[in-house]
Design a protein around this ligand. Structure first.
Ligand code: NAP
Length: 552
């Protein structure tokens, strides 16, 4: 079934929630929005603390990103053994990953296993979307309402809503007239899509398209990829998980996990310690080749100045372009695939046979920069130059990242000020965990935390632990509210901006900068100081009695 209206949610089914439509608000200690990896771990922490809580989830089951993103080829691009929970020590020993980079179905199998193993679903209201969360100063409660008419009054509210969970929906003129089927990769039909024998347009060439297109082209009659901006992609060298390698990892899990927690990006690979500028060119190429053969994100951190120096960046960029020229046989196509922007300022992609597909006969790379898409017709994609007739369109056009999922909810803090209003010129947080004027509200992996620049599982666990420990501290000390102080927030915002400004990031149009969404403020949203440094800062804040927060 085609998804003609991808944001329409299925009707809610009867469920054993504690709140009923029309009934008075249910009093809770904590309300959590989202049942992905963050919300699921929160359940275990909040249960252990003996608090009353509820998790509200829009989908009909757990999984978040991995519940929604079911497009062909979807897989994690961090090693599965590292992209997994560390808090269940038996699970990490028992679970056997089938692939080095788990595909979406295997990740969902893992997530479902965790939900079953810890009986998590009983604390989740599915098929329910939180519409509003308003702070009520008098009662010191968050007043939360859902699209199913439920109301909650919660002392704390935790937004575990993900960073890439609001798809950028296609707004091409004429889409309504399209006679074929169209899909957004982030809202993929659960029953799957059979492209066998079809002419398919794929619009977009980010990480998602780079994963999906190699799968679609295997069965489609023809695929036309509409590329506006090419991306740098490094091979994953995915393969079945080697059992000896897995045993070695399991024998050292505590050390590995700890290493990831204090690392730059939440992974165990070694970042380079020298600058390209200080290294003979032959040695630079040898190291890049070594890391290319290792695959994945280790390539991005090969040298210290990749994201700092234009000249050094050009050396790594040209190395990748030469790889593309070596793989893609048609020189014109190869050149079109060669990115000209900085390497690594757009999120680096990790692929399985992406560039190789352009050697097939049933694929066309369409230059949508020179000839932009002007609309969709009844029969295909219209550009300034051509109409490309297709039977199906796959929109791999990305997300309203980081702030989108929070702004999707009408969050209002003290004096009715909305988060959207407060962040109209860009996110303003303390530690990426909360914002002044919004007491007892926490964001998991929110803007101005390492989140999207890291192995998400490591950052999620750190945030869930910080939030749970903070709530425990308040409870133990008879305190009611916690709120970032304005000075501390301003200093954190400045610090995040200074770090971002010291890199090449602000010079590229990326979703990190909000540049993919018209009207979004141009601000580098993540914290780029590193996972380990960030954790240290959070730990120091907590150890100092929550320095920078007002506690009452
Ligand atoms: P994206 O990186 O934002 O890419 C969107 C693509 O759509 C870009 O190529 C963009 O071109 C193109 N596009 C948007 N509007 C267009 C238009 N009107 N006409 C033509 N092209 C248009 O989105 P994504 O690929 O979904 O990836 C988003 C993020 O999700 C990734 O960066 C990554 O963090 C995450 N992700 C992770 C994994 C993983 O870990 N396994 C997999 C997939 C995605 P322009 O660049 O020219 O705007």
């Amino acid at each position: 079934m085609p998804r003609k209206d991808p944001i329409t949610m299925p009707d809610a089914s009867p469920r054993s929630t504690t709140a009923q439509a029309g009934a008075p608000p249910v009093e809770l200690d904590v309300l959590v929005v989202g049942a992905g990896f963050s919300g699921m771990y929160l359940i275990t922490r909040l249960r252990a603390m003996g608090l009353s809580f509820r998790v509200i989830e829009a989908g009909d089951d757990v999984g978040g990103t991995w519940y929604w993103n079911r497009y062909p080829g979807a897989r994690v691009d961090v090693h599965s053994v590292t992209y997994s929970y560390s808090w269940d020590k038996e699970l990490e020993q028992e679970w056997q990953w089938k692939e080095r980079f788990a595909p979406q179905p295997e990740l969902l199998e893992y997530i479902n296993h965790v939900a079953d193993r810890h009986d998590l679903r009983r604390d989740i209201s599915f098929l329910t979307r939180v519409e509003a969360a308003h702070w009520d100063e008098a009662s010191e409660r968050w007043s939360i309402t859902t699209d199913t008419g439920e109301r909650y009054a919660a002392r704390y509210c935790v937004m575990a809503v993900g960073c890439l969970s609001v798809p950028k929906l296609p707004d091409f003129t004429g889409l309504d007239s399209f006679q074929g089927d169209w899909y957004h990769t982030g809202l993929w039909p659960h029953e799957g899509v059979d492209f066998t024998g079809k002419r398919v347009a794929v619009i977009g060439t980010g990480s998602t398209s780079i994963q999906a297109t190699p799968q679609i082209v295997k069965v489609a009659e023809h695929v036309t990829v509409f590329q506006r901006t090419p991306n740098y992609s490094i091979p994953a060298w995915n393969r079945p998980q080697d059992r000896d390698e897995e045993a070695a990892v399991k024998a050292q899990y505590p050390e590995r996990r700890q290493k990831a927690r204090v690392s730059l990006a939440g992974d165990v690979f070694e970042p380079g310690t020298t600058a390209i500028a200080d290294t003979p060119l032959d040695d630079v190429h040898a190291e890049l080749e070594r890391r290319w053969q290792l695959g994945g994100f280790t390539f991005l951190v090969a040298f210290t100045d990749v994201l700092m120096s234009r000249e050094s960046n050009e050396i790594i960029a040209e190395f990748v372009r030469n790889k593309i020229r070596g793989i893609v046989k048609d020189p014109a196509t190869a050149e079109l695939l060669c990115p000209r922007n900085f390497f690594g300022t757009k999120r680096m992609c990790v692929d399985t046979g992406y560039y190789e597909i352009y050697n097939r006969d049933n694929i066309t790379l369409y230059d949508a920069k020179t000839n932009p898409i002007t609309g969709i017709t009844a029969t295909g994609v219209q550009t300034t130059q051509d109409e490309v007739e297709v039977d199906a369109i796959v929109f791999a056009i990305g997300y309203d990242a980081m702030t989108g999922p929070l702004f999707n909810i009408d969050i209002r803090g003290r004096d009715g000020v909305s988060l959207k209003e407060k962040w109209s010129a860009g996110p303003r947080t303390y530690l990426g965990l909360g914002s002044h004027g919004f007491p007892n509200l926490f964001t998991i992996t929110g803007p101005q935390s390492p989140s999207v620049l890291s192995n998400m599982l490591v950052s999620i666990e750190q945030h869930v632990d910080f939030v749970s420990d903070t709530i425990a501290y308040l409870e133990q000390n008879g305190l009611h509210t916690i709120e970032p102080e304005l000075d501390a927030e301003d200093a954190w915002v400045d610090h995040c901006r200074e770090l971002g400004d010291s890199t090449l990031h602000p010079h590229d149009d990326t979703w990190y900068m909000g540049a993919n969404i018209p009207g979004k403020p141009r601000v580098f949203m993540p914290y780029i100081g590193g996972v380990g440094t960030y954790r240290e800062k959070c730990d120091e804040v907590a150890a100092a009695g929550y320095e920078g927060y007002a506690l009452k």
